[in-house]
Ligand binder design. Structure first.
Ligand code: ZN
Length: 259
């Protein structure tokens, strides 16, 4: 990496976060309140680097405010905590619509993309391209913690997935044995989900995860951050894989927070 960028990042990493931004985090990003003080500090640094390097564009009359930027950046950066990262290197722009954009976006951006309009999950992530979000949905999912859904976690999981060179439910791993364990556990759990649905049984994992392995990874990422206690109880092996990948013990974080 160029020395200039490295130095700039170092500076931003340790810069104190504006108090009004902290207020936004406390108010809008429920998961923020589960972080220890040390993790909060780390997150503040990640957010400032993210906001320095990414562009936000508002559509349909939406004016991009600090609230929008900080709320989205914080959740994108929660996925980066404790990990070695290059801050979503192929992502440059986050496009934000005021409301769900299902129909018109589909026409405008036809070809090579997946529009996620089902079950209130409204966002998109392009392979090596932008993330597109509806602010309505971002706000709702950040507030409604524990409902199992979070559109920002979902779309940025796709971004992490693409760092391995393809969107196929397998992000980058530090070594081959970690990848093999991941592929085995996720492969089995994905098949279980397909079997459940084939027999018309509802699973605790959202049906949308059955679309393909990339969606499975994104859907379980939401589950891991939103309802970790349930995930660990029902799918202990899956929980371990996600805990190792994200380097966070979300169950412990929630239990500590409760006390
Ligand atoms: Zn998706």
């Amino acid at each position: 990496m160029f020395g200039f960028r490295k130095r700039r990042r170092e500076k931003l990493r340790t810069k104190a976060l504006k108090p009004e931004w902290k207020e936004i985090l406390i108010k809008n990003v429920e998961f923020y309140n589960y972080l220890s003080d040390e993790m909060k500090k780390e997150l503040h640094g990640l957010i400032q680097i993210f906001l320095d390097e990414k562009e936000f564009e508002g559509f349909d009359g939406l004016e991009i405010t600090d609230e929008i930027k900080v709320t989205i950046a914080a959740q994108a950066c929660i996925l980066l905590l404790h990990r070695e990262t290059d801050y979503y290197p192929t992502l440059h722009t986050i496009l934000v619509y005021p409301h769900p954009f299902y129909s018109h976006i589909k026409q405008r951006l036809a070809g090579g993309i997946v529009v996620e309009g089902e079950q209130g999950r409204l966002g998109e992530s392009w392979y090596r391209g932008p993330v597109i979000l509806s602010w309505d949905d971002v706000r709702r999912s950040a507030h409604d913690h524990n409902d199992g859904h979070n559109v920002v976690f979902h779309e940025f999981a796709h971004q992490l997935d693409s760092e391995s060179g393809a969107n196929e439910g397998a992000p980058l791993f530090p070594n081959r044995s970690r990848y093999i364990a991941w592929a085995r556990v996720l492969g089995e759990e994905y098949q279980d989900l397909l079997d459940h649905l084939k027999h018309h049984h509802k699973s605790d994992i959202d049906d949308y995860g059955a679309t393909n392995p990339a969606e499975f990874f994104a859907v379980v990422t939401e589950y891991f951050f939103e309802k970790p206690i349930e995930l660990k109880q029902r799918h202990p092996e899956l929980y371990v894989q996600f805990k190792n990948f994200y380097k966070l013990d979300t169950v412990a974080m929630m239990l500590t927070h409760k006390n």
